[in-house]
Design a protein around this ligand. Sequence first.
Ligand code: PEP
Ligand code: MN
Length: 364
Amino acid sequence: MNGTDASPVLPYLFAGPCSAESYQQIEASALFFKKWEAAAKGIARITAIRAGAWKPRTRPGCFEGFGEQALQWMQQAKARHGVAFATEVANAKHVELCLRYGIDVFWIGARTTANPFMMEEIGQALKGCPQPVWVKNPVNPDIALWIGGIERLARHGKGLVGGIHRGFGLYDSRPYRNAPLWELAVEFKRALPSTPLLCDPSHIAGNRDYIGEISQAGLDMEMDGFMLEVHPCPDAALSDARQQLDFAAFEQWFSRLVFRNRDSAPAKMEQIRRLLDETDDELMQVLSRRMDLVRKLGNLKKEGNLSVLQLGRWNQVVERCTSSAKEKGLDVDFVLKLLNCIHAEALRVQNEIVEKRPGGSSGS
Ligand code: PEP
Ligand code: MN
């Protein structure tokens, strides 16, 4: 929107209701965020107010958004109050209507990102458009699909294409609605270092009580901003009522964020990092030694026609390692995950050895 005095602490901040529900609700949001920005004197800015016009719902018969009427409300509030709006688009028709009503920013919802045909259709509809587009991660934890979706849109549009981390739908994501799987957000940043990434704590949390902790974790992962659901009266919201903040809670949310220094580390840390590098080198050597032994065993299993998985032996390994982990003060769940990962690789390598026909190509 505007603001002049300082540079904002967050490069991007989208806030507003899950769904546009009435002109009054949209106008109340515009007035609130304008007032909040004015008080923040440029330290904080709202990039655009978010509000869904079409709501992808799991089951039919629920509230599915006001569609074109919602776009009219946004257009009207934009004309009256000079604020920018962002909305979700899920097909070419949505894009066309949003362009007609002057919507400033688009985002792609998690269910759409998962569908390459829809992403291609939206990409085509965005041809040459300067509007920024933000792509939520797909519902399933598939980073290639997420990155592929971003690439598809970037090929057509002219605006910035960024990512939104909204968590992943797993069978069990407790206590959250969606599992954050922060490691995938880190992977995203490693794969696309110059693409901004936002955190959507509302859809990760599913419950307003967790929004603060998730937002702080996102900031600490060097996310570039937030997309957050804020509603004038959350309990009366037509969608996602439990996860939306009211205006006072939004102000409190922002004031509690801790912005840490992202610059390079002091000398003392550099020293410890060198030691960490040495330790990682040792870890790689140990892993390589372990894989050599695994290969030797694989050859013996092949010779003796023995099964690759020997459960009794594996139970012993797990037992030994977890009790040693306990003694050393390591988290047992973490060690179990690590062991399972190492074991999966050992089984893969040994299966490859056992399945190789005599006289076939060597080299492991
Ligand atoms: C939304 O932002 O309101 C939404 C539907 O999000 P998601 O696609 O992450 O479920
Ligand atoms: Mn929502």
